[in-house]
Design a protein around this ligand. Sequence first.
Ligand code: S3P
Length: 438
Amino acid sequence: MTAHASKGLTGRMRAPGDKSISHRALMFGALALGETRIEGLLTGEDVLATGAALRALGAEVERRDDGTWRVQGVGVGGFSEPANVLDMGNSGTSARLMTGLLASHAFTSFVTGDASLRSRPMQRVITPLSRMGASFTNRDGGRLPMAVTGSKTPLPIEYVLPMASAQVKSAILLAGLNTPGETTVIEPHPTRDHTERMLRSFGGEVKVREIEGGGRAATVRGYPDLRGQQIVVPGDPSSAAFAAVAASIVPDSDIVIENVGLNPLRAGLYTTLREMGADLDYQNRREVGGEPVADIRVRSAPLLGIEVPPERAPTMIDEYPILAVAAACGRGPTRMLGIGELRAKESDRVASVVAGLQACGVQIRATADEMVVEGCDGAPPGGGTVVTHLDHRIAMSFLVLGLASRTAVTIDDASPIDTSFPDFAAMMRALGAELVAS
Ligand code: S3P
């Protein structure tokens, strides 16, 4: 697909359902007794992979004609041995959270994924879940495919997260639901808390304690009585980010992105864009499904390079590629600190961003956990072909770069976009973006 320099983007778009919350809505629906109805579920491939895995474990998961989803749960501890390998596709959230669920069910499952997911680290869940009593047979380096044998007699643990990861936290808390006693995860740097929020809304007990130095401890009690719920999934701030940056950097743009989830542990990009001088106006603030939401009006504005502090990283961990694109159009350098976790995403995002920006004539330097982008103070040269490495956010970020560049930008593979934002091209075109399939 190729993105050409576009005239101002205008109009309204509705952010697609939040990916993180969609996975959890299906999982808690499957763990609850009775029926769960879900409105606004993201129908990207990642979430469909979670749905298929839950079906293979015995839950009923179906899309209804009106676009809502129905899940008939089996109750905590009620999963049964899947008859085939669980293929999580491209989805790290499916692989890690489902592994947590499997760890406290006494049968063996086989988990795999696509080439990207098979290269990503699973040791980070294997270590704590082994302590709870699960056993694993995996490829070298803690990679998929792996066999997970859940424990018959799981043990509650208290675990200090060695890296800021909501997936690892959630895997342990989900394992803790079918485990006696209290399971606690201590996070030195708080990450997205959708698991904790949704567990509460299904009737589970979660204690959250602030700890010294800004960290948090989350504790769940085993064997909760979860009941089916009506869930409304808010829009995804990580998907909305592409349109927000596009409207900021394509001159003469004026758009409204409706239904953007603004959980404080997800909204770091919007804070950062405002610090850079972006013109964002939050309208119609409200709550959807227990999460803060707003419509965001975005008008193009000159952006200034800034320093993004490391403590902000967990609140915008998926947004650095699109932030790097915004920075490429700004004035002066933008320094992004404490971003080492980017190297463990769908691709090594530091390497992917460096290669992509260099291919488009933008100066960038990187170390193990920092990137510095030299802004072009307006339209970057563009003209490159960018390799997306099965990474949806790299694909969408560089298409956005092309909309604001002097010469068109091509990505080698647009298919990964379907994992999180199947309507991306159609929605961007409706705003005036020149995206041409190739
Ligand atoms: C997610 C957590 C983050 C994020 C991912 C979704 C989640 O991953 O990058 O897109 O839903 O819990 P990590 O836990 O690896 O930081």
